[in-house]
Design a protein around this ligand. Structure first.
Ligand SMILES: Nc1nc2c(ncn2[C@@H]2O[C@H](COP(=O)(O)OP(=O)(O)OP(=O)(O)O)[C@@H](O)[C@H]2O)c(=O)[nH]1
Length: 308
């Protein structure tokens, strides 16, 4: 069995709950039925139940309505294919993998509210790029949670990072990040990944902190950060649309990682995010282990949530 096949199976397994809620129910709805507007209404409800928001659902349904009016003898299979194409149209637009430019260091700034899986994802990314023979350094810009730096240190060691910068004489995140960027430049590492705090008790303060970190990075490299990556937890469903909006308005988001898709029944949210913002989904998290991260592949995602 080849690697691509294994990765797809792993993805399909992880998205089982989303598939049960979305794909399996839709297959049940259309089985041996005449495809008409009554069925379309039921499908609309099912898409909404599966955490695809009203705007995106309406768009899919309108296009399917056009499809059935032009294809009067469409059957179960051709209708299912049409639905798959509608979903693919949405996610293909944001299927733009992250390529590390020949910048040394290529700097990824990780942001997101607390608990979404930022630090864990940093460990997974470090592991992923180490397997591609890239030299990696990590920086603990999250000084709010004491354990975050320890967690990062452990993940850095496990994945074979060159260094993990966790503190200096100050405990100011911007100053730690400044040191980390300088060291990464001197050591000419391929990739520097920066963790940040996710506490949003004071939203304005948290966003100002992030802006300060970005200013500090820019002082050393005017083109950096090369990727500002927002981490979203699939389990929070529609609220993640608000999170993208909030972060994107404050600091421009260039890529998204959706974590905890394993076990979540709310994977449909990804379609709403894709449809609302044209921000690429770079990776998806499908478990707690260091290798439970996959580059987002639109075709695989749609197949995994729709196919029997
Ligand atoms: N099932 C599953 N759990 C995950 C995934 N990614 C992260 N987690 C878990 O989510 C929890 C929170 O992860 P952290 O990485 O500490 O989250 P964080 O965003 O850094 O949190 P703060 O440092 O508080 O901002 C941990 O228990 C992780 O193991 C995933 O893809 N799947």
């Amino acid at each position: 069995m080849n690697r691509a096949y294994n990765l797809f199976n792993r993805l399909k397994q992880s998205l089982l709950n989303t598939r049960k809620k979305l794909g399996d129910n839709i297959i049940e709805l259309i089985r041996n039925k005449r495809i008409d507007t009554v069925i379309l209404d039921k499908i609309k409800n099912q898409l909404l139940i599966a955490d695809i928001n009203i705007h995106t659902t309406q768009k899919i349904i309108n296009n399917l309505r056009n499809y059935i009016s032009f294809n009067t003898n469409c059957n179960e299979q051709s209708f299912h294919d049409a639905l798959r194409n509608e979903m693919l149209k949405i996610v293909t637009l944001i299927d733009r993998p992250l390529f590390l430019q020949e910048k040394k260091p290529f700097i990824i700034l990780m942001v997101g509210v607390n608990g979404v899986g930022k630090t864990t994802t940093i460990g997974k990314l470090a592991h992923y790029y180490r397997l591609k023979n890239k030299t990696v350094m990590l920086a603990a810009g999250d000084t709010c949670r004491a354990a975050a730096a320890d967690q990062l240190e452990i993940l850095g060691k496990r994945s074979g990072c060159i260094a993990v910068i966790t503190k200096n004489t100050t405990s100011d995140s911007a100053s730690i990040v400044f040191d980390a960027v300088k060291i990464a430049k001197i050591k000419s590492v391929d990739l520097l990944i920066i963790d940040t705090a996710g506490r949003l008790q004071n939203k304005i303060y948290a966003m100002e902190e992030l802006k300060k970190i970005i200013r500090v990075i820019t002082k050393i490299d005017a083109t950096a950060p090369h990727e500002t990556m927002l981490v979203l937890d699939a389990n929070i469903g529609q609220n993640s649309v608000n999170q993208v909006r909030m972060f994107n308005e404050a600091i421009k988001i260039t890529g998204i990682v959706m974590t905890k898709l394993d076990g979540s029944a709310k994977g449909g949210t990804l379609l709403s995010i894709a449809d609302h913002f044209s921000i690429p989904i770079r990776y998806i998290g499908i478990g707690q282990n260091i290798d439970d991260l996959q580059p987002f592949k639109s075709h695989n995602f749609v197949e995994a949530i729709l196919k029997e």
